[in-house]
Write a protein that binds this ligand. Structure first.
Ligand SMILES: [Zn+2]
Length: 406
């Protein structure tokens, strides 16, 4: 019987024979044959998307469900090009600065995503920048002005401060050596996240020294919960006081990871009544993998890698979600967990598993998407996420889960 919320995984697990069709002989890259298959899928989907359903992209202009998701797709493609100007111009088509309302702070669901993208595109285009695109410094200033929303924002990634922190780190990474966003601006965001984490921990008398809630629930996962917030804080660790890391962030991490189910999955929230159910990026094990791998690298402790590998097993068994193929709560998001494990271990097993999940998403066998997404064209719920994954799988060592991994 299929586990709850997922189809039975009937792929053969990794062996040199089973991987022969999808990986090359080194086991470190996908094979030419599999690459061609994915390119074909991408070409067909992209053509349908751009010719028939493009108007749906402009839903809310965000990265998560709107046109800025397409902008991020083209921007990420441009990073692999010798001459990126065509992709950068294509990305600009999907950014509508005049539509931004200045009401939401995060990269995924707020103004920070389109503004951060416009900033780095404006910088990289240099003197090829179109007349209607402001220069990168004034765009970065607009991004920084969003800090006025900080106090009323939640702390999580999708709508909140952690999502703003991602946008700031994204700009500094993609405009290297200039410190476009100054350290004291980044530190203000981090301090605000730590402050509310300490407050809730004290109020609830929880043994975790930091605790955050969203809509009155203490979520654990990447999108709304502690895993996403801690991952962002650890990525920003150069701006975090070492005492805060030792006394607050690491004990919180250890408390969170102690909640792992015997299966390897994680609850979606504290005292969740759902039990061991969801295995998807936004809730459950897939969103914990990048956190555990980074913790392994930062704290040099193998126990974190073991937890990540345990997550990998449950994702392999129960990660073919009945909800469909999306990055947020579907199979393509789960494929990223294997890519992250491959990056950390260099083992062909994980890249092979990512390829199986990618194939599942590309084949679209009838009956394998039981819930049509609200926004079927978007990056996080729809087909753009799968196109993004195709591009990333071809350069698996450089892949980064969008809007999460810097
Ligand atoms: Zn989701």
């Amino acid at each position: 019987m299929a586990p709850r919320g997922a189809f039975d995984n009937q792929y053969d697990d990794y062996s040199p024979d089973s991987a022969a069709n999808v990986l090359d002989e080194s086991g470190e890259q996908i094979s030419q044959k599999f690459k061609l298959k994915l390119e074909k899928f991408k070409a067909v989907k992209l053509q349908t998307l751009l010719s028939k359903i493009e108007s749906d992209i402009f839903y809310d202009h965000t990265v998560y469900t709107g046109s800025a998701g397409m902008a991020l797709y083209y921007y990420t493609s441009s990073l692999k090009m010798n001459d990126p100007s065509k992709e950068l111009q294509a990305a600009l088509k999907y950014i509508h600065l005049e539509e931004l309302k200045g009401k939401r702070i995060s990269f995924l669901c707020g103004d920070a995503g389109p503004l951060a993208l416009a900033t780095v595109i404006s910088y990289r285009l240099g003197n090829k920048r179109p007349d209607n695109l402001p220069d990168y410094k004034s765009l970065a200033q607009r991004l920084m002005n969003l800090i006025s929303l900080l106090n009323e924002a939640p702390d999580e990634l999708l709508y909140g401060k952690s999502g703003y922190l991602y946008a700031l780190l994204f700009v500094n990474k993609h405009i290297p050596g200039k410190e476009i966003i100054p350290a004291n601006h980044i530190e203000k965001v981090i301090n605000s996240i730590l402050k509310s984490g300490k407050q809730l921990s004290q109020q609830t008398k929880c043994s975790s020294p930091l605790l955050w809630q969203w809509h009155d629930k203490i979520y654990f996962g990447a999108a709304h919960g502690i895993a996403g917030i801690l991952y962002m804080l650890l990525q920003a660790r150069l701006f975090v006081n070492i005492v805060e890391i030792r006394r607050f962030i690491k004990p919180t991490l250890d408390w969170l990871l102690s909640q792992q189910f015997p299966s390897g999955n994680f609850p979606s929230s504290l005292n969740s009544s759902n039990g061991d159910k969801l295995v998807q990026w936004c809730h459950g094990a897939p969103g914990f993998v990048p956190l555990c791998i980074l913790a392994y690298q930062v704290f040099e402790d193998e126990k974190y890698l073991k937890i990540a590998l345990h997550c990998g097993e449950v994702i392999w068994q129960r990660g073919l979600c009945t909800k469909g193929y999306s990055l947020c709560h579907g199979v393509s998001g789960n494929a990223y967990a294997f890519i992250q494990l491959f990056q950390a271990t260099k083992k062909a097993l994980h890249l092979y598993r990512a390829c199986c999940f990618m194939e599942w998403c590309a084949l679209e066998r009838p009956g394998t998407e039981l819930h049509r997404p609200d926004r079927p064209i978007s990056l996080f719920e729809g087909v753009i996420g799968r196109l993004y994954l195709v591009e990333e799988l071809a350069h698996a060592m450089d892949a980064r889960f969008p809007a999460l991994s810097i």
